[in-house]
Design a protein around this ligand. Structure first.
Ligand SMILES: Cc1ncc(COP(=O)(O)O)c(C=O)c1O
Length: 373
């Protein structure tokens, strides 16, 4: 059997990782400015993470959600403390799409409505409701298309008021910072406007922090540059530093009912161990502060490079927009300079390195980038 060929691949086989570096099977070292799609938060094979996982592997990997799992309680407590959402509840899943799927479902259960407002260029995943609220017709199959969705331009205040004032919208879903859309940032005033309009119309406000969360922006969640508190927050990617886990943070206004949500694998012992280790390291190594500081330095330095048309971002979530397609530039960075980067559309390079990126590594990247321009 062959694998289903849906991914265009670079001819590179990565066999090892060490914090912000990866190594291919020939032993070449790569600087990882992409973290495998923002997944590597505390660093590849971080020793604390490896030790915790090895210990748990020998004890128990999985038992179902029909028995007490103290690791879920520990994770919820630590996540509540570090995020400032200790009064919210946590529902654990396995991926970002699944987190958004459950968030949208909860919203619809709550106000008994079914229409959703999303934003132009949004990406929320590839399962049925999550892909339907994603602004990319190429990945929405006919089977997904029945749900009613309106896409609004980011930061369009009037369009939001107009869309919500009929009191028929179940939820507004918005990324803390749009990732796949090219690092587009909703303004603080726009998020406040959304909050007010959602409250006024009994619409559920969902913040998708799957890419922008977990310290990446220099705050635990990107929306925390404002004082807006969403009704639901979704997380995944950096949550497990490579081990699949996602979460839905749910405000106290939602009352749980046995059976309303569920999953076989979500919240299993091994996944919780990964997520707890990530939060321990983020806290002990001040990685949110590091992302803020190194990110600020990197963004400033990038802004002084004349070939880059625009630099956008917060912390270590950075978009570099060029006047031309970046495909060749990314290839040069990867094959000549041994640097992993990401792309958005044709003209944007996305940087999403592990949160432990040092200033020296940022300088090394700048040097390598300049050599390719
Ligand atoms: C903002 C956002 N939401 C949701 C997802 C979907 O996450 P997953 O691929 O884990 O389903 C992604 C993945 O790129 C994302 O960037």
């Amino acid at each position: 059997m062959n694998t289903f060929d849906v991914y265009p691949l670079f001819d590179i086989e990565i066999t090892k990782g060490n914090l912000c570096n990866t190594y291919d099977k020939q032993g070449n070292e790569y600087l990882d400015l992409y973290g495998g799609h923002a997944v590597i938060s505390i660093g590849h094979s971080h020793p604390y993470f490896v030790e915790k996982m090895q210990k748990q592997l020998k004890e128990l990997i999985f038992y179902s959600n029909s028995v007490i799992n103290p690791l879920q309680t520990e994770l919820a407590k630590k996540l509540g403390d570090i995020s400032g959402y200790d009064d919210y509840s946590l529902f654990l899943v396995n991926s970002g799409a699944e987190a958004n799927e459950n968030a949208l479902k909860l919203a619809s259960f709550y106000n008994n409505r079914s229409k959703v407002i999303s934003f132009c260029k949004a990406f929320h995943g590839r399962t049925s409701a999550a892909v339907r609220v994603t602004d990319n017709p190429n990945i929405i199959a006919p089977i997904n298309s029945a749900m009613e969705v309106e896409y609004i331009k980011l930061n369009d205040f009037e369009a939001v008021s107009l869309a919500l004032n009929k009191n028929d919208v179940a939820a507004v879903i918005i990324e803390g910072i749009q990732g796949v859309g090219g690092v587009q940032i909703p303004s603080a005033d726009f998020l406040k406007h959304l909050r007010n309009e959602c409250t006024k119309t009994n619409t559920v406000l969902i913040l998708d922090e799957i890419q922008s969360g977990y310290g990446r922006s220099g705050k635990f969640f990107a929306h925390q540059y404002t004082n807006v508190r969403p009704d639901i927050i979704t997380t995944a990617k950096g949550m497990g530093n490579g081990f699949p886990i996602g979460g839905v943070l749910i405000s106290p206004m939602f009352k749980p009912v046995y059976g309303m949500l569920g999953t076989t694998f979500g919240g299993n012992h091994f996944a919780c161990t990964a997520a707890i280790a990530v939060l321990d390291v983020i806290k002990n190594e001040n990685l949110i502060e590091n992302a803020a500081n190194v990110g600020k330095y990197l963004i400033n330095e990038l802004k002084s490079i004349p070939e880059i048309k625009e630099v956008r971002g917060k912390g270590l979530m950075i978009g570099l927009e060029f006047d031309y397609a970046v495909k060749d530039l990314r290839k040069k960075l990867l094959f000549e300079q041994k640097v992993f980067t990401g792309a958005s559309g044709t003209n944007i390079i996305r940087l999403l390195p592990p949160l432990c990126l040092s200033k020296q590594q940022a300088d090394l990247f700048l040097e390598k980038l300049k050599m390719c321009l």
